[in-house]
Design a protein around this ligand. Structure first.
Ligand code: MN
Length: 148
């Protein structure tokens, strides 16, 4: 039995559930959006790693092994499309699901985000009531695997 298995045997189910909540990398330049999304996700038990720019997001993606990346499309400098393409062209990072956060008003954003490699998208302004559930659809869980 490996060390990790041994540790889990002695933890309470609640503690294990907390440890096993997914880590989400949030690439978002707007401070208010970052604050709101972080608040909503942390309230549901997720660990949030924030990144203010695309290049910083790419660096952190390699460092923290997130279970999912929430990616704002409108970023200064390197935009979200370029970030998505860079993530998907990196063999270590391409399996991490990307959910693009697109602007409702920008026609074509969604299609462009999917074409750049995002697995899904959520439109801004986000709905705080449904946001976490929308994100959770893209986090693979061996326990609650969706049946098609
Ligand atoms: Mn932005």
């Amino acid at each position: 039995m490996d060390e990790r298995q041994r540790v889990y045997l002695y933890l309470s189910a609640r503690k294990i559930e907390r440890i096993m909540k997914a880590r989400i990398l949030l690439i978002e330049d707007n401070e208010q959006n970052r604050y709101l999304l972080t608040f909503l996700l942390e309230q549901s038990g997720y660990e949030v790693v924030p990144a203010m720019t695309g290049p910083l997001g790419l660096e952190l993606a390699a460092k923290v092994s997130p279970d999912l990346i929430l990616l704002d499309i409108q970023l200064p400098g390197m935009d979200g499309y370029a970030v998505a393409r860079a993530l998907k062209s990196d063999s270590r990072l391409k399996s991490i699901p990307i959910v693009a956060v697109t602007s409702y008003a920008m026609v074509g954003d969604r299609e462009k985000a999917l074409a750049a490699g995002a697995e899904g998208y959520i439109e801004k302004p986000i709905n705080p009531e449904t946001f976490v559930a929308e994100v959770e659809r893209f986090i693979s869980s061996p326990v609650e695997e969706e049946t098609p």
